[in-house]
Design a binder for this molecule. Structure first.
Ligand code: AMP
Ligand code: MG
Length: 325
């Protein structure tokens, strides 16, 4: 069964064609980027509106299929920026209506988890989900995905981007911070804030920005920021492993591309005799193939709503995981 998928929760508009065995026939992405400033929701939505059609048609062309071969359309229903979500839903609905193809809306975070499982063969891991808007430690327990720890204010990606903005690095800043951190020579003390199973990143970023304004080196600050924030995440991940009695860790989300974060989690896993799986970097951030895979997993297992709408604040623990035995 061929599925056409559409992703538009935040910065990236993506379209993909994927089959029911998980083979990705095409995966086209167009990311909103800036030189200096951060993400502005209205500008992001305009970007999606301008390029949406082209991205979808390119995905179909690249997959070398006919529109008639598509049996399902799957789109990101939430969580995400409302204005961006609306653009993806509008195009999905138009396409579904025009060609009479069934439409399914899926949870974007679930899609990150499931593509991670598909690509790494991890079975029942503790997920470390670190993206622009979310940082959550998740595991499937008692019949659903549950959040065991999360960020109390801003997420890890957001925290890195915020610090990057103060340095004039533009969006996304994460990769540039990773490069600068490699040049850091000295660890600068920053607040380490773990509260129970939750982590708090916003105070650290404010502190680091103040130190930057006082003349502290940006390379040392990038290095110290990464070391501190990543250590906090590793601490709660280790506790989640013990609490859930699991022996696999799967790292997913845009910040999973960071090699230092991978290294730190890998060391912790080795010490606990757990397996560490990072999602392949290409599939760490937002893309539509994962939305297609999630649609395939859910289709036929659940009732499809008639009046589908966006769900900007949809939490993963509200999703019925009907595809998991
Ligand atoms: P997502 O929302 O899952 O697409 O992830 C986007 C976030 O990942 C942005 O906040 C980026 O700054 C961040 N990111 C991407 N690559 C890296 C990297 N190599 N190191 C740290 N953060 C990254
Ligand atoms: Mg995402």
């Amino acid at each position: 069964m061929l599925t056409l998928a559409i992703e538009s929760t935040a910065h990236t508009f993506g379209a993909s064609v994927i089959n029911s065995k998980g083979k990705i026939l095409s995966d086209i992405r167009d990311m909103y980027q800036t030189e200096k400033e951060g993400l502005e929701p209205r500008k992001v939505a305009d970007h999606h509106e301008n390029i949406g059609d082209t991205v979808i048609l390119e995905a179909i062309k690249k997959a070398k299929i006919k529109i008639g071969d598509i049996k399902l359309i799957s789109f990101s229903q939430g969580p995400g920026l409302p204005l961006s979500l609306v653009e993806g839903m509008k195009l999905s609905k138009e396409f579904s209506k025009k060609f009479s193809i069934p439409l399914i809306g899926v949870n974007h975070i679930c899609a990150h988890l499931e593509i991670g499982k598909l690509m790494t063969k991890a079975k029942n891991p503790v997920f470390v989900f670190v993206s622009g808007a979310n940082s959550q430690i998740i595991a499937h327990e008692g019949g659903k995905y549950r959040i065991f720890g999360e960020c109390l204010s801003i997420a890890l990606g957001n925290a890195l981007d915020k610090f990057g903005r103060a340095l004039g690095l533009g969006f996304p800043a994460g990769p540039k911070i990773e490069s600068l951190a490699k040049l850091g020579k000295k660890y600068v003390e920053l607040p380490y804030t773990v509260k129970g199973m939750d982590v708090e990143f916003s105070g650290i970023v404010t502190h680091a920005i103040n130190l930057f304004k006082k003349g502290e080196s940006k390379e040392d600050l990038c290095y110290s920021l990464q070391e501190t924030m990543f250590a906090m995440l590793v601490e709660v991940t280790e506790r989640a492993l013990a609490h859930c009695d699991k022996n696999e860790v799967l790292l997913i989300g845009g910040v999973a591309a960071n090699q230092r974060l991978c290294e730190m989690l890998k060391i912790m896993c080795k010490e606990r005799k757990a397996k560490f799986y990072p999602v392949p970097v290409k599939y760490s951030g937002d893309h539509a193939a994962m939305i297609g895979w999630q649609g395939i997993l859910e289709y036929k297992k659940r009732r499809i709503e008639k009046n589908i709408d966006i769900k900007p604040g949809w939490r993963i623990d509200q999703v019925k995981t009907v595809w998991i035995k």
